[in-house]
Design a protein around this ligand. Structure first.
Ligand SMILES: [Zn+2]
Length: 322
């Protein structure tokens, strides 16, 4: 920051005097935005406002390698026209400026705006911001469809899906559904479905409970499975979905198991014909372990978004029994 001077204060804190100029604001924002984007990806597209006791403030300081003294440094800003001096925590101020600069470019939404969707004061990626974050973190753009990262636009769809009331005579088919499209609305809807299902099941497999992230904390192993498949125009509704790990997703799609109306598993009788060395992970009998499962699967906290009886009946009759 060329417009700043650093001088040790009488107390053990460092006081940085920064002139409030356009240049210093730009420099601060540029240096912090990459860090901020990375944090947004790690936290699924949202981070809390930079309040005094928020963990994100320390997490970002750790990543920057800030010392204790730097973390507690104060910023004195002089507003010459108003003859006013404002004192604030320097680190909080830098973070706010970086985020605010991104908000001005429509790359994130401000906490006041995000709160309308999530009821929490958070900075949230927009679709444009998501693209930039991926580029900065060297993640291929095609991965975007598989990441459970929130964006403001997708979160709007998630809220709609979670709030939708489903009738008793629900049809899990959308006869007008297009199966392939690059249309923005289609792409966002698909991501909204995946995110709503995975969140509803708290990022874990409904069958085995597996919950695990990538080492960089950006992706989850769990997938959102359609009960009536997408390829047969199954609806992108939470009640036509179930969160499954990759192995159980495959086993469900090919009919190794299905769900009963009380959400217990039923395993295909064909399991008895499987060679003894098939379906094993070391000594763990993957397929036969399903048959031993007692009790219902892990379900979302709200009954209204459980898999719909009409969807699981269709799966039993059309996938499982074949
Ligand atoms: Zn599983």
């Amino acid at each position: 920051m060329p417009a700043s001077s650093i001088a040790p204060a009488k107390c053990d804190r460092l006081v940085m005097k920064v002139q409030c100029s356009r240049n210093s604001r730009c420099l601060v924002a540029n240096r912090s935005s990459k860090l901020f984007f990375r944090a947004l990806l790690r936290h699924g597209g949202v981070v809390k406002e930079f309040g005094t006791r928020e963990a994100i403030v320390n997490e970002l300081a750790d990543e920057c390698g800030l010392s204790k003294v730097q973390r507690s440094a104060y910023l004195e800003t002089t507003y010459r026209k108003q003859n006013r001096l404002k004192k604030s925590k320097l680190w909080h101020r830098l973070l706010f400026r970086a985020a605010d600069s991104l908000a001005k470019q429509n790359l994130v939404t401000r906490p006041t705006e995000t709160r309308l969707l999530t009821q929490e004061r958070q900075w949230m990626l927009t679709e444009r911001g998501f693209d930039q974050a991926l580029a900065l973190c060297n993640i291929p753009a095609r991965e975007k469809e598989n990441l459970p990262t929130k964006s403001y636009e997708v979160q709007k769809i998630v809220n709609k899906l979670l709030a939708a009331s489903v009738p008793e005579n629900y049809s899990p088919f959308d006869t007008k559904k297009r199966l392939m499209s690059t249309n923005v609305e289609f792409v966002l809807r698909t991501r909204g479905f995946r995110q709503a299902v995975i969140e509803a099941y708290a990022h874990r497999c409904a069958v085995c409970g597996l919950k695990i992230q990538s080492p960089n904390l950006i992706t989850w192993e769990v997938q959102a499975a359609h009960i009536v498949p997408n390829g047969l125009r199954g609806r992108d509704d939470v009640c036509n979905g179930i969160a499954l790990c990759r192995l159980h997703h495959w086993a469900f799609d090919v009919g190794w198991f299905t769900l009963l109306d009380d959400y217990k598993l039923e395993v295909s009788p064909k399991i008895d014909g499987v060679p003894a060395h098939f379906g094993k992970i070391e000594k763990f009998q993957f397929l036969r372990s399903l048959a031993k499962k007692r009790g219902h699967i892990h379900l979302p906290p709200r009954r209204e978004i459980y898999p719909h009886r009409n969807a699981i009946t269709w799966h039993r009759q059309n996938v499982f029994s074949l």
